[in-house]
Design a protein around this ligand. Sequence first.
Ligand code: FAD
Length: 290
Amino acid sequence: MKISEIFKKKKQGISFEFFPPKSPGGKDAFLKVAKDLSAYDPLYVSVTYGAGGTTQDRTINTLKWIKEETDLTVMSHLTCIGATRASLNSLLKEYEAHGIDNILALRGDPPKNVPDFDLEQGEFKYAKNLVDFVKKYDYFSIAVAVYPEGHLQSPSLEKDLEFTKQKIDAGADFAITQMFFDNRYFYEFMDRAAKQGITIPILPGIMPIIDCKKIVEFAGFCNTTVPQEVLDRMEPVMDVPEEMRKLGVEFAVKQCEDLMKHGVKYFHFYTMNRSDTVSEIVKALGKKAF
Ligand code: FAD
């Protein structure tokens, strides 16, 4: 089902993001996570797409498994990098044949193993170009990514919002944010977006801090601020994984509660393919979240 239609019916709810299991042997464990999380009646679940299109097959296989084994609505992430019109035509036709009718249109990041990768090359330069292309099919509900603290390569917050508005106006039905840990960035972004006339649903991307060191590293790459207060609380438990995870749950619950107080109705959870952490967060939030 198209997610744009789901938003019309459900005025609150949550979604979950997965990545394709790294090996075919991971199918059963992956499906257990997806089935466990289906208990929370998510709006949809999404599956990431590897840098340079490297996991194209794994992404579509994962989407098919979810469709075969659950009643969940699925969305495929899709990137410009590595895509040609011909490759996208055949992929989108395959999606249509399998009833996969939701796409998160992204530019993507260069593959890590290609240091001099030229982002200027390729048939699709920006996410907006992908939105334009997918829109022509008149079959998919389309989402885009947005950045409360600005995208790392944007020259300014103003330019970032200008480009964001362009890709939304090209035909996005909703947007999902990059992870953030200080809600003020989200509220300020929402204010700026509203002033530009952006009215589509914008789902905050909630990343539970399971491994603080990894998150700090990833945050630098994503232009996300990890507040000093979070780092100070994490410091004593850095080498105690379960304690760190519990603290990560506590932070995420507080973050979501504050967002709810500010009127946020929809949440997108980065699950890291685990059901325990997100389940604890969602249970703590209670029925008011989904
Ligand atoms: P764009 O919107 O194209 O923006 C990229 C940069 O170009 C920005 O700096 C923007 O300001 C600039 N720009 C845009 N338009 C113009 C213009 N007309 N002129 C000049 N500059 C312009 N990556 C993956 O590889 N696979 C995934 O599955 C994946 N999933 C993600 C899910 C979410 C929710 C998020 C937030 C990100 C995800 N990413 C994923 C990462 C994403 O691909 C990167 O953040 C990427 O660097 C930017 O993608 P975008 O779609 O936002 O790009």
